[in-house]
Design a protein around this ligand. Structure first.
Ligand SMILES: C[S@@+](CC[C@H](N)C(=O)[O-])C[C@H]1O[C@@H](n2cnc3c(N)ncnc32)[C@H](O)[C@@H]1O
Length: 182
């Protein structure tokens, strides 16, 4: 679902992606993804969009929580990420993960997601406004965006996410910002 009318955002090279995937394996040993997923309050049956899923640490953890009647949509601009997540899901026998190759538009139904997770992604997105609009479109009324980006300062995060009047800050749990859809 690439947006053909705007300038193409650059994707990571294969070597950069491999390095990132290796680094995240170490990160996940010290900070298990499940902890962050639990703080996001993902529940059984939820429909979750993991936007900018990368190698899929959080998609896999979320899929283990939502169960077979829930669903995780793992979206990324990089085909290597998509391939990686599909491979991991297959290896773990998880049939509740669907991958989406995109730089913005997910093709998901309006008001269909219980939660969007966006971890360590937003700083790198070129068209931030359009991506936020997409999060707002796919989220159910009053549902949440769970957000973390250590590349951005707190005031930057809050102003970027709330500026368009689409989201308001609900709470902060350690480094995770929970915004709700207005
Ligand atoms: C630093 S990684 C984080 C991966 C994952 N969220 C995590 O924390 O393990 C950032 C990911 O965002 C993806 N990304 C960057 N811009 C994007 C965009 N406009 N749309 C979708 N994915 C994007 C990159 O390809 C990369 O896989």
């Amino acid at each position: 679902m690439m947006n053909k009318n705007k300038k193409k955002q650059k994707k990571q090279s294969k070597i950069d992606f491999k390095f990132m995937a290796f680094f995240f394996k170490i990160r996940d040993k010290f900070n298990p993804p499940m902890r962050k997923i639990e703080k996001s309050e993902i529940k059984l049956y939820d429909h979750v969009l993991d936007y900018g899923c990368g190698p899929g640490s959080y998609s896999i953890a979320a899929a283990e929580i939502v169960g077979s009647t829930g669903k995780v949509y793992a979206a990324d601009i990089n085909p290597l990420a998509i391939k990686n997540v599909s491979k991991k899901a297959l290896k773990k026998g998880l049939q509740n993960i669907e991958v989406i190759s995109t730089d913005c538009n997910t093709g998901l139904v309006d008001n269909s997601m219980d939660i969007v997770i966006c971890f360590d992604v937003f700083h790198g997105i070129e068209d931030k406004k359009s991506v936020l609009k997409e999060f707002h479109r796919v989220l159910k009324p009053n549902s949440r965006l769970s957000f973390d980006d250590h590349h951005l300062k707190e005031n930057e995060i809050i102003s970027l996410i709330t500026a368009q009047g689409l989201f308001k800050l609900e709470e902060k749990k350690e480094k995770i910002y929970i915004f709700s859809k207005i």
